[in-house]
Design a protein around this ligand. Structure first.
Ligand code: GLP
Length: 236
């Protein structure tokens, strides 16, 4: 594992975008696993700038996102599909049919999970997975539990996650209580993992996840078993 501490969020964002840019340059038809949350926003801004100035071409790239709230469709401005459109997709030359986000409005979420994993497999797996980390150690929406869940599946969100994510909603009551998330199998099978975390509030959980015991109580700790992980952290 490579652990990079940056002085500023801007530096974190430039470095993370540089790693994703290298991936796209080296393999123009790569599969990028993408994340939401506030930490990757600056990374996406840098990727948009690089695409606009002609340094990056996303026309052959495919993206698969980690997760989505149950019950929110892509037109809802709190959905992760909407977040991705606003914060990345509309600024780059990616084909919209090559962007995938789990469907939180699917009638049968178990089937949706199976189809999502089958799609990732058919694409040849994820070349580079971008992750954030929740303050309880979740990656995607894989919450602390007594076991690691392999497939894409439905989860009930922890109180702490609902509280943390309520900053994006008008009130805590509006935060959906459930989500669908990529499971640990697709994440761990990604060839390369890049985790970005911004803010002093993430320091303790990063310590636990990467320097503590590997346990489903701290879902991100499973990343210690992955052969190619880069963590970029900015405290400021
Ligand atoms: C949400 C997402 C996670 C993300 C987390 C942290 O819960 N489902 O994938 O990692 O937010 O986001 P932030 O970087 O805003 O703290």
């Amino acid at each position: 594992m490579q652990f990079i501490k940056t002085e500023t969020y801007e530096e974190l964002s430039r470095k993370a975008a540089g790693i994703i840019a290298s991936q796209v340059i080296l393999k123009p038809d790569c599969v990028l696993g993408l994340a939401t949350g506030s930490s990757p926003v600056g990374t996406y801004k840098n990727l948009i700038a690089a695409c606009k100035n002609g340094d990056l071409d996303f026309s052959s790239v495919t993206t698969v996102n980690l997760d989505e709230y149950v019950g929110l469709d892509g037109t809802n401005d709190q959905s992760y599909r909407y977040f991705m459109e606003e914060n990345l997709f509309k600024g780059i030359n990616i084909k919209s049919e090559n962007t995938f986000v789990p469907n939180g409005c699917a009638g049968d979420l178990e089937k949706e999970g199976e189809a999502y994993d089958a799609r990732i497999k058919a694409l040849g797996g994820i070349d580079l997975q971008l992750l954030g980390i929740g303050i309880d150690g979740h990656i995607g929406f894989n919450e602390p539990d007594s076991f690691f869940t392999a497939p894409t599946h439905q989860v009930v969100l922890d109180e702490s996650t609902i509280k943390a994510n309520s900053r994006f909603f008008a009130s805590e009551d509006e935060v959906p209580k459930k989500a669908i998330t990529m499971g640990m199998l697709s994440i761990m099978q990604a060839k390369k993992i890049l985790l970005v975390a911004n803010g002093a509030a993430k320091k303790d959980i990063l310590e636990k996840a990467f320097f503590g015991p590997i346990t489903p109580e701290v879902p991100a700790s499973i990343l210690q078993l992955h052969p190619d992980v880069t963590v970029i952290f900015s405290e400021n």
